[in-house]
Design a protein around this ligand. Structure first.
Ligand code: KIV
Ligand code: ZN
Length: 522
């Protein structure tokens, strides 16, 4: 049987990044783009260039760095300035796509756009033609397609294809569709749009009813040959269709779908961890494919079956998705080679500098705890990702706390330019004292929204992972830290989040300086 290949269109950096608190800076976006390339996705939607100078810069940098290894896509509304800006951002990509969208449902036409059907068709045709004048790879999305009258949807799609759209993406923008109904939309388009074969049909599903993956797969069964999705299902509200679930469903049930993807599935788990680590959006333990429990068999009857024959209770092998469990792997005397091998086996691709730093962290950890598990190694790697962008680093930390003393934290921070700052604070407990001291040192007034600590592996000497969410200047920021000392992990995670606040305000300052310079040249 010959399998059709499904194009995997990743929108973690665009739709995923819109999720509150999940915004990434340019360096972080580049890091994620690199991981997506290694993962083998076909299209990376790197951002919405007109939205902000930061978005433009990210699309441009991803285009320059990875535009020869994946198709880089930029989003644009049906407006001249959007399309021109997106095209400018994509200029340096060898493989590039313009993605133009316009809402078509009656609710959006009446209340958001205040346009009638003929105006919608005219705008879509004009702007798709403009995009096609720049680029031979143009995607058109009728936003809220799942709630659009089918005959009108057919009309818009037919005219967009005639105007040059090579991919027609059908979004279920508000996650309203159900699998049978959404699949039927694709069947209807195939049967009623005369030029439909001149484009690739694509599904873009949101997860408000928890049906995003099921809806996307129903579309595949009805002929969609591109699926838009995000790592860990990241995205606004309940998120988008999860890439790892789509890919593994298509692979595991190739017999049913008759399709495959080009994704290197053993990179799914590390990519999931990377995105979780950068955004601070944690993955629930029982999440399909990449949750910590996804391959755990507790029930005795299951374990017995597995010992007889793995396939009795396992439909995918953990190693197929690069799953990192709590296997005991290395100890103090494992050398650099053994460590490098294990990092490779876990599906991580580290450059020499990051590898060296992580190896040093491993040696330090091996001095503190006897047994090092795969999950420890993964946590050490995640902890070093994107850290080059941090303005402040934790130079030293001392806390004192107990039943009859005022909890106190004394902290020393070192900045990029080697400046050292020291300060101390008291608090309700040692963690509170640490957070207060860090706020004084960085001069940032932040509110703690969420604080979580969990163990990375087994045993009393396990590393603790701390996740924090803070709000500063009205925006949400996440941070993560790991250490065998959870007070230190708390300090690292809070500092990580504060560093993101600083990076944002530095970016805003440099944009203001750029526009001042541009004004003075006029
Ligand atoms: O959900 C949606 O409709 C979108 C479009 C821009 C494709 O994200
Ligand atoms: Zn969307």
């Amino acid at each position: 049987m010959t399998y059709d290949t499904i194009t995997i269109f990743d929108t973690t950096l665009r739709d995923g990044e819109q999720s509150p608190g999940c915004s990434m800076n340019t360096a972080e976006k580049l890091e994620v783009a690199g991981a997506l390339v290694e993962l083998g996705v076909d299209v990376i939607e790197a951002g919405f260039p007109i939205a902000s100078p930061g978005d433009f810069e990210a699309v441009q940098l991803v285009s320059r760095t990875y535009g020869d290894r994946a198709t880089i896509c930029g989003l644009a509304r049906c407006r001249v300035e959007d399309i021109d800006r997106a095209w400018a951002a994509l200029e340096d990509a060898e493989q590039r796509r313009l993605h133009v969208f316009l809402a078509t449902s009656s609710i959006h036409r009446e209340f958001k756009l205040k346009m009638d059907k003929s105006q919608i068709v005219a705008a879509a045709v004009e702007m798709v033609s403009r995009a096609a004048g720049y680029c031979d790879d143009v995607e058109f999305s009728p936003e809220d397609a799942a709630r659009t009258e089918l005959d009108f949807l057919c009309e818009v799609v037919e005219k967009a294809i005639a105007a040059g759209a090579t991919t027609i993406n059908i979004p279920d923008t508000v996650g309203y569709a159900t699998p049978e109904q959404f699949g039927a939309v694709f069947g209807y388009l195939k049967g009623n749009v005369p030029n439909i074969e001149q484009s690739v049909l694509s599904a873009h599903c949101h997860n408000d009813l928890g049906l995003a993956v099921a809806n996307s797969l129903a579309a595949v069964a009805e002929g969609a040959r591109q699926v838009e999705c995000t790592i860990n299902g990241l995205g606004e509200r309940a998120g988008n269709a999860a890439l790892e679930e789509i890919v593994m469903a298509v692979q595991t049930r190739g017999d049913y779908y008759g399709c495959s993807t080009r994704v290197n599935t053993n990179k799914l788990f590390p990519t999931s961890r990377l995105v979780s680590s950068i955004t601070g959006m944690k993955v629930q333990r029982n999440k399909a494919i990449v949750g910590q429990n996804a391959f755990a068999h507790e029930a005795g009857i299951h374990q017995h079956g597995m010992l007889q024959e793995r396939t009795t209770y396992e439909i995918m092998r953990p190693e197929d998705v690069g799953f990192v469990g709590t296997n005991l792997v290395l100890g103090k005397h494992s050398g650099r080679h053994a460590f490098r091998d294990r990092v490779d086996q876990l599906g991580y691709t580290l450059d020499d500098t990051v590898f060296q730093t992580v190896f040093e962290d491993f040696i330090t950890l091996a001095d503190k705890k006897k047994e090092i598990y795969d999950s420890d190694i993964a946590a050490l790697i995640d902890n070093r990702i994107g850290e080059g962008v941090d303005f402040w680093k934790l130079a030293s930390l001392h806390t004192s706390a107990g039943t009859d003393t005022i909890p106190t934290a004394t902290i020393e921070l070192q900045s990029d330019d080697e400046t050292i700052r020291r300060d101390a604070a008291t608090g309700d407990g040692p963690v509170d004292a640490v957070f207060r001291a860090l706020e004084r040192l960085t001069g940032i007034d932040a509110r703690l929204e969420d604080y979580e600590v969990r163990s990375v592996s087994k045993g009393k000497d396990a590393q603790g992972e701390v996740l924090v969410e803070i709000v500063a200047g009205g925006r949400h920021y996440h941070g993560k830290g790991i250490s065998t000392d959870i007070i230190e992990a708390s300090a690292q995670s809070y500092l990580k989040a504060l560093n993101k606040v600083i990076a944002d305000s530095q970016a805003a300052d440099s944009q203001a300086a750029d526009s001042q310079a541009a004004d003075s040249q006029d």
